[in-house]
Structures are given as structure tokens and as C-alpha cells.
Design a protein around this ligand. Structure first.
Ligand code: HEM
Ligand code: FES
Length: 464
């Protein structure tokens, strides 16, 4: 019997999302792995919303490779550039036509910025202009000497994770830890110098702010008050993979890295917390930053003094920084914020509850993760725009209309006020308002954009 449309639709296949212990059964050969994940409420990274740009949806196919649609031209190009083997596929491009078992390769937001290092060739070095950030923890040595190994490692990991988040939220790469120092790199993906230096500055200020929040806890638990010294420098380095053939590491080589480390060290002498070199300031608009001390400093190994600038903040409100600075308070426990948001939403507008047909617990997790992902993707605006348009298009399918956006916007701001308390200053509120407006603008644009096929939505319902 010829395999006609009806026969194809009646046969069901299984996609096993390994590690998550979730399986999606489907009978629509036109759905991608990503669409299946979304339709079945299976968490899956998808920063560009399925446009084949961000590669965050990549999966490893553990079984049934032959049951996936052949790689698209876009996938072939990416696989060539990034040296992926045939078992790595983009979930937004690959369509299962039989049983398949897959594993997600990017599971956390932190892993997204690390993908930039993939572009670095194994064979030859490359020259790049990077902003390099060194952050040194102070007051830590005496704590190490006076405490148990268990507490020392616990606190160090808390510090590294809290201080690392602002690097990741600004599209930076956590390059390495040297003792109690953390090193971040910005610009590996070849953005323009202004964006790169701005990202490093936001990150430095964000680290200082995250530490203030964490110190409240450390004071209560261990009587510990950690300070940081941060130095930023912008300059040329060679990036490449170096080391024994069995253990090559991504590395940066060049004077700019040494200078960044010395700019950091100069904080002690100047009694400052954040210093940036002239090269950083030159890339930024002249009145962007609030500056403290400006000093000519002789750095070790440099024949001439360098001018260093103390950074104390932004001169005018910077929306992205204002939103990022309280990430620590928002996402201390991952789904807490989204849980509070839905509780408030349904108490203010009980009728909105009927739009949510799937299990609410899962929805809280997905929404919280997507919201955090949106904040991180503010540093990758192109991906963000595409991702939000796609999210908006799906929301139209859930019955979400323009008036719901107004309601949800108000509830989001109320939840933020409750969660952030005193940190929700008028400046922060204004930054959130503008950003929520932008997010909803993209989502609404997507909601007016119809799918190419009229039956597509029905098909997805079928899959769910
Ligand atoms: C900040 C903006 C928003 C974010 C980040 C967000 C995030 C999400 C996510 C991740 C999902 C899971 C399904 C999917 O990915 O397609 C979802 C579903 C949903 N969202 Fe949103 N959303 C937002 C705004 C809204 C608004 C304005 C409404 C209006 C009430 C809404 C109502 C819904 C509904 C009804 C569902 C389907 C739930 C179900 O099937 O049980 N969302 N949202
Ligand atoms: S490449 Fe698949 S979601 Fe971005």
C-alpha cells in the first residue's frame, strides 16, 4: 500500500528526551524536535526562537539518527564551521519521522555565552580585540586560614557563582579562576568595541552589586564581609587552543591580559573597587559613566604610566544594568519569582486562569526560566528579538490578546516591587517598565505574524 498522508498521520513516533526522563509521542512529521519539546512542555533552550541562529537548541542524537529529516543547508554550514559530528543536530531544524532518542547539549543559561569559544580554531591562533576583566576577592585569605576546608570551598563556590553571573548575563565568557580571582572575557563573538567595553563595565558594576546582596548573607552566617577589586582593560590578544594534544585548552595570550591583571592590582594602591584603563573609556561615549578618581599609575612592566579611571556607576540610568543589578534577589530560587507572579495574577484576574490548560507547576518553571533567559539575552539583542516574536506567536495560539499584555505587565511590576523591596527604586521601576514594554512589543509583533500553514497550530495541538 502506498504510504499516503493518512497513513503517515496515524503512525505515532516517540522522541525520548534523555536525562529529563520525558518522552513525547507524535504523529506529525512536520514538527521539529523543538516544537515537540515546547508542545509537551519539555524545557529546551531556544534563544532565537527556532531561526537557526543561536544554536542553543542543539542536541546530540543518541539513537534513531536515520529517523530525522536530513540536515538543512543552515545546519550543514554551522556543523562545518563548528566541527560538529553528524550526531549533533539543531532541534529547531530536525524533524523526527520515527523513534528518536536525544540529549540536550545546552542546558543552562551559563552555557550559552560559552558557545562563543567554539568558534576558536584548533589549528591556528587568531588575533582578537577583547575586554578583559579581572576580579579579585579581598579579605578572603584570613577566612581560609581560620576555617574548615568544607566551609572554604562552600563559600568560594558561592562567591564564584554569584560573581560569575554578571559576566554571563553580559555575554561574557568566564575564562578562568586563578586562586581567588575570576577572569572574564568579552568580545569573542566579534562585536564592536563599544558593545564589548559596555558589557564589561555592566558586568563589573553588576558584580559589585551582587556582592552587596551576598554579603548580607555571609555576614549573618560567617561574619564575613568580602570586597572585590575589579580591573578592566581593552586590547588585542591572540586566542587559540594550546597545550598537549591530549589536553588542549582555550587560551588568550598577549600583553593586554597582563595589563588587565595589573589594572586590577592597582585598586589596592588607589583604594578603589573598580578601575578601567584608558582603552576602555576611549571606546565608550564620553558622558556615559560616573567616574571617581582618575590617576596616572605606573604599572609593573610598563615603561610609561597609564591613566586609570575609577568607575562608580552610570552617569544616566542604564536600563540593562538596572535590571541586572538585582538578578541575585530575583532568582535566588529559580521558580520563586514566577510562582509569586502567577499567584498575584490569578488573585487579581481569576478569569485569566482558564487560559492555562496545562499543569501550572511546569508552567511556573518554564516561565521563570524564559524570563531569566530574556534578561540574559538583553545582551544579545538580535537573538532576543527573534525569540520573543516566536514566543508571541505561540502566545496568540494560547488565546493571549493585547489586553492580557496590559494586565500581565502590571502584575509583573507588582511582583517585582514585592520581591525587590527597597531595591525597587523609581529608577529601577522605570527601567523595568521600558524593558517590559519592549518585550511585549516584540511578542505582539509575533502574535500578528501568521504561520505559513493554516493547519500548523492544529498539528501542534495534536502533538500535545
Ligand atoms: C514576559 C513575558 C512572558 C514570558 C517570558 C512568557 C513565558 C511563557 C512560556 C515559557 C510558556 C511555555 C510555553 C511556550 O514556551 O510557548 C508560556 C505559556 C503561556 N503563557 Fe506566557 N509568557 C509571557 C507573557 C504572557 C502573557 C502576557 C500572557 C497572558 C495571560 C501569558 C499567558 C500564557 C499562557 C496562557 C500560556 C500557555 C499555558 C498552558 O498551556 O497551560 N504569557 N509563557
Ligand atoms: S538555533 Fe534553534 S532555537 Fe536558535
Amino acid at each position: 500500500m502506498p504510504l499516503d498522508q493518512t497513513t503517515t498521520c496515524q503512525t505515532s513516533f516517540q522522541v525520548d528526551f534523555a536525562c529529563l526522563g520525558r518522552t513525547a509521542t507524535h504523529h506529525d512529521t512536520d514538527l521539529s524536535l523543538l516544537e515537540l519539546a515546547i508542545g509537551n512542555r519539555i524545557p529546551h533552550m531556544q534563544e532565537c526562537g527556532g531561526h537557526g541562529r543561536c544554536t542553543t537548541c542543539r542536541v546530540r542524537v543518541l539513537a534513531g539518527e536515520e529517523h530525522l529529516s536530513p540536515p538543512t543547508e543552515l545546519e550543514k554550514r554551522l556543523a562545518g564551521q563548528r566541527r560538529w559530528g553528524p550526531s549533533v543536530r539543531l532541534a529547531c531544524q530536525a524533524k523526527p519521522r520515527g523513534d528518536v532518542k536525544i540529549e540536550r547539549l545546552v542546558k543552562t543559561l551559563g552555557e550559552v555565552s560559552r558557545l562563543q569559544a567554539e568558534g576558536v580554531s584548533d589549528e591556528r591562533g587568531e588575533e582578537k580585540q577583547l575586554a578583559i576583566l579581572f576580579c579579585d576577592m579581598r579579605n578572603f585569605t584570613s577566612f581560609v586560614e581560620a576555617n574548615f576546608a568544607y566551609d572554604v570551598v562552600y563559600i568560594m563556590n558561592r562567591l564564584f557563582s554569584v560573581l560569575g553571573e554578571p559576566i554571563l548575563a553580559n555575554n561574557g565568557l568566564i575564562y578562568q579562576y586563578v586562586g581567588d580571582e575570576i577572569v572574564g572575557l568579552f568580545g569573542l563573538d566579534g562585536r564592536n568595541p563599544e558593545e564589548v567595553c559596555l558589557a564589561a563595565v555592566r558586568s563589573a558594576l553588576g558584580m559589585e552589586s551582587a556582592l552587596q546582596h551576598l554579603n548580607i548573607e555571609l555576614q549573618q552566617q560567617f561574619g564575613l564581609d568580602i570586597e572585590v577589586g575589579i580591573g578592566i582593560h581593552f586590547g588585542k590578544v591572540i586566542v587559540g587552543r594550546v597545550g598537549h594534544p591530549s589536553h588542549q585548552q582555550f587560551s588568550i595570550i598577549g600583553d593586554a591580559a597582563n595589563v588587565a591583571s595589573r589594572v586590577q592590582a592597582a585598586n589596592k594602591e588607589l583604594s578603589t573597587n573598580i578601575l578601567a584603563s584608558q582603552t576602555v573609556l576611549e571606546e565608550l561615549p564620553p558622558d556615559l559613566l560616573a567616574l571617581g578618581k582618575i590617576e596616572e599609575v605606573e604599572l609593573k612592566g610598563k615603561s610609561r604610566p597609564m591613566r586609570l579611571y575609577e568607575l562608580t556607576g552610570f552617569a544616566a540610568p542604564d536600563d540593562i544594568f538596572l535590571i541586572q543589578k538585582d538578578l541575585y534577589l530575583l532568582f535566588q530560587n529559580d521558580s520563586g519569582f514566577a510562582g509569586e507572579f502567577y499567584e498575584l495574577l490569578f488573585s487579581i484576574a481569576p478569569s485569566a486562569r482558564q487560559l492555562f490548560r496545562n499543569d501550572l507547576e511546569g508552567q511556573i518553571g518554564l516561565m521563570g526560566h524564559m524570563l531569566k533567559g530574556t534578561i540574559y539575552a538583553l545582551s544579545r539583542p538580535q537573538n532576543l528579538k527573534m525569540g520573543l516574536r516566536e514566543l508571541g506567536r505561540r502566545h496568540a495560539g494560547y488565546g493571549v490578546a493585547d489586553e492580557h499584555y496590559d494586565l500581565v505587565g502590571k502584575v509583573l511590576l507588582l511582583t517585582l516591587r514585592k520581591r525587590l523591596g527597597k531595591a525597587f527604586t523609581p529608577e529601577t521601576e522605570a527601567a523595568w517598565k521600558r524593558t517590559v514594554e519592549l518585550v511585549f512589543k516584540y511578542m505582539k509583533e509575533g502574535s500578528r505574524h501568521k504561520r505559513p500553514s493554516a493547519t500548523r497550530k492544529d498539528r501542534r495541538r495534536q502533538a500535545v
